[in-house]
Design a protein around this ligand. Structure first.
Ligand code: 8DG
Ligand code: MG
Length: 146
C-alpha cells in the first residue's frame, strides 16, 4: 500500500441509553469541534466493536456499560475538514452497569463535558453523522421507550 495515502478508518460510537436519554458531549479540538457527539473513537487493531465501545466510553466518561448491541453503520466522508478524512462509523447502543454512576469529563481537552439529553429534545448543533441519522428518523431507544 502507498505510504501516506489517506485511507478510510473505523470509528465506534455509542448511544449510552438511560431511560429516554442519551449521553452527548460537545467536541473540542478535532473534526466536529463545537458539535455535540456520542462518546466513541477509533477501533484499535484486533478489537471487537463491543470491546472498543466499552473501552472508549470508559476512557472518555468513566462510565461502565453493558448490554452492548450493534445498531447501524454509516459511511462518512469529511472532505471539507482541515484534515480531510473518511470514517466508517459503527453505532452501538448500551446501558449503564450502575444507573447511579455519573459521567465524568475524563478528556477535557477533547470534550466540554458529558450530559444526558432526552432523545426528543436533543441539543444543537449535532455532529454531522449523528445529525444525518436523526434526520432520517433513526431511533436508538429500545422499542417501547420512544
Ligand atoms: P483520538 O484519541 O484519536 O483523538 O480520539 P478518539 O476518541 O479515538 O476518536 P474520535 O475523534 O472521538 O472518533 C473517531 C472519529 O469518529 C472522529 O474523528 C469522527 C468520527 N465520528 C463520527 N461521528 C462521531 C460521534 O458521534 N462521536 C465520535 N466520538 N466520533 C464520531 O463520524
Ligand atoms: Mg473520542
Amino acid at each position: 500500500m502507498e505510504g501516506n495515502a489517506p485511507v478510510p478508518r473505523v470509528g465506534v460510537v455509542v448511544f449510552v441509553i438511560n431511560g429516554k436519554s442519551v449521553l452527548l458531549g460537545k467536541r473540542r479540538g478535532s473534526i466536529g469541534d463545537s458539535y455535540f457527539a456520542l462518546p466513541g473513537g477509533h477501533l484499535e487493531f484486533g478489537e471487537s466493536f463491543e470491546e472498543c465501545a466499552v473501552r472508549e466510553v470508559k476512557e472518555e466518561t468513566g462510565l461502565d456499560i453493558e448490554k452492548i448491541e450493534f445498531l447501524t453503520v454509516t459511511n462518512n466522508v469529511f472532505l471539507q475538514e482541515a484534515k480531510p478524512s473518511h470514517y466508517v462509523i459503527i453505532f452501538e447502543r448500551a446501558v449503564l452497569k450502575d444507573t447511579l454512576q455519573s459521567p465524568q469529563n475524563m478528556e477535557p481537552t477533547k470534550c466540554d463535558g458529558w450530559d444526558w439529553y432526552d432523545w426528543n429534545h436533543l441539543p444543537e448543533p449535532l455532529f454531522g453523522p449523528l445529525e444525518t441519522l436523526v434526520k432520517s428518523g433513526f431511533n436508538p431507544l429500545p422499542l417501547g421507550e420512544t
